[in-house]
Design a binder for this molecule. Sequence first.
Ligand SMILES: [Zn+2]
Length: 221
Amino acid sequence: MIRKLIQALLIGNIWLGGMMPEKEMPSKDPAVDYLVLVNRTHKLPDGWEEQIELVEAENIYGETFLLEKETFEHFVELRQAVLEKGLDIELESTYRTVEEQQTIWDEWTELLGKDYVEAYVAVPGYSEHHTGLAIDVCLDIDGQRFNMNDQLLTMTEQFEIMNEELAENGFILRFPKEKEEITGYHYEPWHIRYVGKEAAIEMDKQDLTLEEYLDEVEERD
Ligand SMILES: [Zn+2]
């Protein structure tokens, strides 16, 4: 417990002191479309990488990651809220370039075969991780890191704690259960996506995926 608290304090210091803007609180960058849709049929928009500001973040294992700035700031708050409920969510995978996705695709194909990769891994250029707005988390429980997909899929109780805090912090669970046909992906309890608080709360309330929400917004306008 004490170790956890010290870790939280240390990370709080590094993140909040070292990376938050010094003068003013973060404001929404109008240039960034936080509702951008990247999935199996929607490619990363051209010029996306020039629109976002990436910042560096560190997990408790000392690994560093790149994330879109506002996404990072809200993840810090989400992590803290979840930590207060006794669960430690840590960064496992965040922003990836198209080249990095290609490497993952090739490595996983070799390890796990084409069928698995087609079900779980996005084609380079079509991964939400290219946006900088998506995060795969791992769980740290009593000093043990849980980051294998098969393990995480069984940890329903733990992810329930995280899910309760997502919307309020501007995140959605991007590939929920029973929405595979819509998202194109199997259930992934570890993959969260920043969309901003207002949209996240609405999606949560109405039990909508990003695809469904965007359709609804379009119909409304
Ligand atoms: Zn992911």
